[in-house]
Design a protein around this ligand. Sequence first.
Ligand code: SF4
Ligand code: SF4
Length: 145
Amino acid sequence: MGKEKGEEVLKLWYNSGLRFHCTSCGKCCTGAPGFVWLEDADIKKLSCHLSLSEEEFLHKYTRKVGEKITLLEDRKTYDCIFLQGKQCSVYEARPQQCRAFPFWLSNLKKKTDWLQAKQMCEGIDHADAPLIPLSEILKKLHLDE
Ligand code: SF4
Ligand code: SF4
């Protein structure tokens, strides 16, 4: 890591790590309009997991927004199309955006962003939550903006 990059990391407000433990409450997969953006690797993995061609997968489970592709959701409940009860039905093949949550750039810019995410995600600062070190957070960080 170069000197400038190192200094940038030193300035991060979550330098000492963050506490998070997913309780599988499922709230991040429902409840409000949102987008689960899919990269090529996500489409390949999900198609393969569902034993579909990529074309079939895209037709059945996604829609385009501009040039980007997102998963479908229920128009009334905003459940992700893959949410069953409180569980993700494609958990092993879930998209990178889902794997990274709540470590999204939009949740980490300022401490207040993280505290706002905590209002929805009970895993943030959960009593059983281990301290996730900065190195792990940086690996997970999803550049969602
Ligand atoms: S809202 Fe948080 S605790 Fe609940 S399933 Fe999503 S990541 Fe896990
Ligand atoms: S793909 Fe799975 S983890 Fe991602 S939003 Fe849908 S139900 Fe949740």
